[in-house]
Design a protein around this ligand. Sequence first.
Ligand code: NOJ
Length: 569
Amino acid sequence: MDHLWWQTGVVYQIYPRSFQDSTGNGIGDLPGVISRLDYVEELGVDAVWISPFFTSPMADFGYDVADYCDVDPLFGTLEDAERLIEEAHERGLKVLVDLVPNHCSSEHPWFVEARASRSAPRRDWFVWRDPAPDGGPPNNWLSVFGGPSWTLDETTGQYYRHSFLKEQPDLDWRNPAVIEALQDVLRFWMDRGVDGFRLDAVMLGGKDLLERDNPPAHSGSAHKAMGAWDAQEHVYDLGDPFILEVFAGFRKVVDSYVAKQDLADQVAAVIPPDRVLIGEVHQFDLEEWATYYGGAGGAAGAGDGAAGGAAGAGGAAGLHMPFNFGLFKTPWTAEGVREHVETIERVTRDRGWPNYVLGNHDEPRLTDRLGEDSDRLAAMLLLTLRGTPTLYYGDEIGMEQGEIPPEQQIDPWGLNVAPELGRDGCRTPMQWNSGPHAGFSTAKPWLPVHDNRAFRNVAVQLDEPNSLLNLYRRLLKLRQKHQALHRGSFRSVDSGNDNCFSFLREAPDAPGHFKRMFVALNFGDEVIHVVTPGPCRVLLWSHAPGEDLNLVEMLRLGPKEGAIAVVFG
Ligand code: NOJ
């Protein structure tokens, strides 16, 4: 079977509050996104994932949904969402929306109804418990955003559970009616043409049936400090295996949609389903992580990557891809990254298609995490590995973490737990040009634009042949053009240098394409010389525009420099 778009393509994440404001209120919106689709298309990505734009009181900037099937007026209308999907498709871009299934807003009619009385019809869509004998919460579980994950509802005298803010009550995933309602949401958006979903915080849906207390922490399992939450080992409040059944149910719904729904019956046998489910899974034990693909041993995009169909004999199909956040935790060295990539190759072999993430709306900006001198190396790594890359808006121009003064911080995580956990800095407005508010808005933006906007912006970098943005554009085009890069196999190559991570991407059965690509990445601060696996011609250097026409058998790489070369023979 051939590969599907979500395997060969690159996903670009748009945080809609921060991409483009079209109304002059300082907040980005869907018509704003539409107006920038030409940019996205020309960048060379294949799909956009848009963070939540649904009706919301915005306690967590849209991750508190009050209506899954409508658009918040701040972002536009349902018609705008439909137009966005249509206009993206016209440009050959797929659209992923962000479904938040673990919790909704306390203003969602489901919760408003549920909290009205103990006998309310949707009471059991949420998790209500009597107080412990001392009147306190029923167990010791903590909210990621600070304090207990239980809040006492005075009206009915019971606690309700929330993994995040008290304004984000947890839906009860053990209730089949809830799962059905969420599946209807998937259908609603697929009927409007969306090509897939990013599923928010899915591990937290899996709470222990007996609701046992978490033990005290003995190891840090997350990739960064999480404040008071780190005091516990999160064995009972997330990741219970029953969620695999929930994913299997979601997967069935998504896989029942084929390219042209009206022809579903006729074409189902010949056209594989091609909508995708990508889950936000923070599991750094990668063997465990891989179980989220669903049953092992089958054809779920296994091995060298056939189309992601049903999982094999080992069990039901799960997520098409659990996000792999491993690079957030991996030491930024040749050895660290090689080890991570080889582990991902190993654990996904019989499971599914790999993927890599280097930035998103919850993490400090890539440039700040890795250092500006690693921007180009990071771009080349992300876009040459085997697996789907996700690129966060603004990383392609090297946007830096905004420095938000404490009195201007608005992210609830930072406000409730610790300022250093605040995510405002990675959500500042996209920097389009050197004009007022960086071309993002005509009014004062909801978060301050970074001071470096005069030179770190799209317009300036488009004009500069060797800019980071032009490197991304070249990398994306090269990846799109060559099968070896977007679907070929992966094999590490020992370059004989500790600071160099080098590998081969091969697609021997791709007529008319280069069959072997050699990628060499120097993570060190010294110049190195790398012997190539045969006569090579460099197609792209990370630090200089243009190809090299010479045939070489040795590459000279400067500090933090990388190269992609075609290997002959
Ligand atoms: C994960 C999302 O990425 C984050 O932004 C959000 O705050 C939480 N889930 C809660 O929905």
